[in-house]
Design a protein around this ligand. Structure first.
Ligand code: PMP
Ligand code: GLN
Length: 380
């Protein structure tokens, strides 16, 4: 068989979770919470199933959910989004990203990816026959060098993908970044894909710079988010894409033959949560900030050096005081010999920076889980 994805193996998240299970390690690798989802969400899911919402949802998503999302965007980002023509509910952000890419990218076109980047982007570009053009983020601060982005643009550039708060680094784009982005994209045909799955997990009073805040960006963007991150239920796999009508129409052509629609009962449950409990997403930053601060304070008692975490639920650590192993070998060693699982950074790169000694730890965990990991990390 001539493989269409020669560079793709099993994802690092699966590989590391399996290794963690085999060795009974504390799994701070793959990003998922180990605490309960809000009880109200379970009750609403139960209610939706009992009320008979068990058949196909409308292809674009259930109307009450699209309405709740539209109201929320207006409240959070000041943009009025059309409920019928601009919002599509998907099977997680992963499906939304895949659809957005396949809806607009043609063979031979170029897409600009900022490395390190979430691992699902590149295979989707490859399947679409596009060429990924990688621009490196600053290896220490993970800031975008917009001059380099501008220099990477050619007449064939079709898509630029951004992700803030950023996985794996937690870096966030600031208003100045968005203003520069507007200038760079002005006058081009480039479609922006803005991966905003960690939109509510932001710290220290920072503001999430959604592309929806900027009309010039929103008019050319797919804004992608995921309820998995906001409601602690990564296994439910529900997300959405917001895009102007013409882009949404193309997106829906892919979506309807990819999955057609996604799990109906959960759509009703999320609609109720968003509508009735805005405190949940408003307080999510504070909820995770407490975990971040506690975890970071404890990491100071280890030989791992924590990098700043402006947003998201991942803590990068520099392990160079502990080991000079390349990151994939280091995280295997850490799992097998010390019982703590982390994610290496090199799989997020086309060209990993030589000598980078960073690993990613997920702090979306109960205090007891984080404490157990710290006890083991202190022995390094
Ligand atoms: N984008 C980023 C940056 C992510 O971290 C994740 C989840 N790990 C996704 C997309 C995918 O989200 P979902 O689980 O909703 O498909
Ligand atoms: N997004 C999660 C992470 O970055 C993993 C998702 C997955 O396992 N595919 O850890």
């Amino acid at each position: 068989l001539q493989t269409k994805l020669p560079k793709v193996g099993t994802t690092i998240f699966t590989v590391m979770s399996q290794l963690a299970a085999e060795h009974g390690a504390v799994n701070l690798g793959q990003g998922f919470p180990d605490f309960a989802v809000p009880q109200r969400l379970i009750d609403e899911l139960d209610r939706a199933m009992r009320a008979g919402h068990n058949q196909y949802a409308p292809m674009t998503g259930v109307p009450v959910l699209r309405q709740a999302i539209a109201d929320k965007q207006l409240r959070c980002y000041g943009r009025q989004v059309n409920v019928d023509t601009e919002i599509t509910i998907t099977s997680g952000a992963t499906e939304a990203l895949f659809n957005a890419i396949h809806a607009v990218v043609r063979p031979g076109e170029e897409v600009i990816v900022l490395d390190p980047a979430y691992d699902s982007y590149e295979p989707a570009f490859e399947l679409a026959g596009a060429k990924a053009v990688h621009v490196a983020l600053d290896p220490q601060t993970f800031a975008v060098d917009w001059d380099q982005v501008q220099a990477a643009i050619t007449p064939r550039t079709r898509v630029l993908i951004i992700n803030s708060p950023h996985n794996p680094s937690g870096a966030m784009l600031a208003e100045a970044d968005m203003r520069r982005l507007i200038e760079i994209l002005r006058g081009t045909e480039i479609v922006l894909i803005s991966d905003e799955v960690y939109e509510h997990i932001v710290f220290d009073g920072r503001r999430h710079e959604s592309a929806l805040r900027y009309p010039e960006l929103a008019e050319r963007a797919f804004v992608v988010s995921s309820f998995g991150k906001t409601y602690h239920c990564t296994g439910w796999k529900i997300g959405y894409a917001i895009a102007p009508p013409a882009l949404s129409a193309e997106f829906r052509k892919v979506h309807q033959y990819n999955v057609f629609c996604t799990f109906s009962p959960a759509q009703h449950a999320f609609a109720a949560m968003i509508r009735d409990e805005p405190e949940h997403y408003e307080q999510l930053g504070a909820f995770y900030q407490e975990k971040r601060d506690h975890f970071r304070a404890q990491l100071l008692g280890t030989r791992l050096k924590p990098l700043p975490v402006p947003g998201g639920y991942f803590q990068l650590v520099d392990y160079s005081a502990v080991s000079d192993l390349p990151d994939i070998e280091f995280v295997r060693w850490l799992t097998i010999e010390h019982g703590v699982t982390a994610i290496p950074l090199s799989p997020f790169y086309d060209n990993p920076p030589p000598g980078q000694r960073l690993a990613r730890l997920c702090f979306a965990k109960n205090q007891a889980t984080l404490d157990a990991a710290i006890e083991r990390l202190k022995k390094l």
